[in-house]
Design a protein around this ligand. Structure first.
Ligand SMILES: NC(=O)c1ccc[n+]([C@@H]2O[C@H](COP(=O)([O-])OP(=O)(O)OC[C@H]3O[C@@H](n4cnc5c(N)ncnc54)[C@H](O)[C@@H]3O)[C@@H](O)[C@H]2O)c1
Length: 250
């Protein structure tokens, strides 16, 4: 009997990571999360608890995950942290945290997964952001980390194409997740005001809404299917047009 396909998700306790786990698990894949905490519903998934800010931690966590899974067909790098604040006021510790989780963790988890993905001709999906393809005022460190993820994705896709491994990035706009709710709490000017300010940036006007984690999971799912064989090295926006260009306000 053939073994079911196997997924590794970083950030599996978060909004997007847990939606990805649910989607793939429901479709019969064997799934493993790597996060600082075990995801809810751990009985359905393997779980490795790790802080992915060092290369050694990434290597050890991927090895443990693959040991549980028995094979590896897809890696979704969804661990991430947000940082907002004036560039001049951003501390070295803040900068290191956002770069180390978002960029360094994505890099070294991917690196550790490569030998296993070569065996299955699998794929990597990195969670970048609209902030990986355009500037977000007041979030320069986060943009630097996601810009890194977006171009890393392209470079790795070229490197691994001859070995049959695809690498893509998904670039969401604002997703209704614990990260977004944390941003709103930290804003200081009232949570609803924060949400209203974000939604005012979308071209849908009164009909603007946040993206759901389940919508991101559907997109990630498609990218991991054979039907997506021609898609590699892509930064794919799922953002209601947020990054499409300038639109006229009333
Ligand atoms: N929510 C959004 O609006 C949005 C938009 C664009 C991109 N993204 C990106 O999507 C990804 C998932 O975001 P989310 O909305 O699910 O956020 P989330 O905060 O709900 O989940 C992020 C997860 O990453 C984990 N994590 C943080 N630091 C870690 C570390 N050092 N080691 C291991 N795990 C760590 C957290 O524990 C958490 O479970 C992130 O990379 C984020 O930057 C989110």
């Amino acid at each position: 009997m053939t073994q079911p396909r196997a997924l590794l998700v970083t950030g599996g306790s978060g909004g997007i990571g847990s939606a990805v786990l649910q989607k793939f698990h429901a479709a019969g894949w064997t799934c493993c999360s790597i996060d600082m905490t075990s995801p809810v519903g751990t009985e359905s998934y393997f779980s490795v608890v790790a802080d992915l800010r060092t290369a050694a931690a990434c290597r050890d966590a991927v090895a443990e995950a693959v040991h549980h899974l028995g094979r590896l067909d897809a890696v979704v790098n969804a661990a991430g942290v947000w940082h907002e604040g004036d560039t001049a006021a951003t501390t070295e510790a803040d900068f290191d945290r956002v770069i180390d989780v978002n960029l360094k963790g994505t890099y070294f988890v991917s690196a550790a997964a490569i030998p296993h993905l070569e065996v299955t001709r699998g794929c990597i999906v990195n969670l970048s952001s609209d902030a990986g393809i355009q500037g977000n005022s007041g979030a320069a460190a986060y943009c630097a980390s996601k810009g890194g993820v977006s171009v890393f994705t392209k470079a790795l896709a070229l490197e691994l194409a001859p070995r049959g491994v695809r690498v893509n990035a998904v670039c969401p706009g604002d997703v209704d997740s614990p990260m977004l709710r944390g941003q709103a709490r930290d804003y200081g000017g009232g949570e609803q005001q924060y949400y209203d300010r974000l939604l005012a940036g979308y071209p849908q006007g009164r009909n603007a809404r946040f993206i759901t984690p389940a919508e991101i999971a559907e997109f990630v799912w498609f990218l991991c299917q054979p039907e997506a064989a021609a898609i590699t090295g892509a930064n794919l926006s799922i953002d209601f047009g947020l990054s499409a260009g300038i639109f006229p306000h009333d």
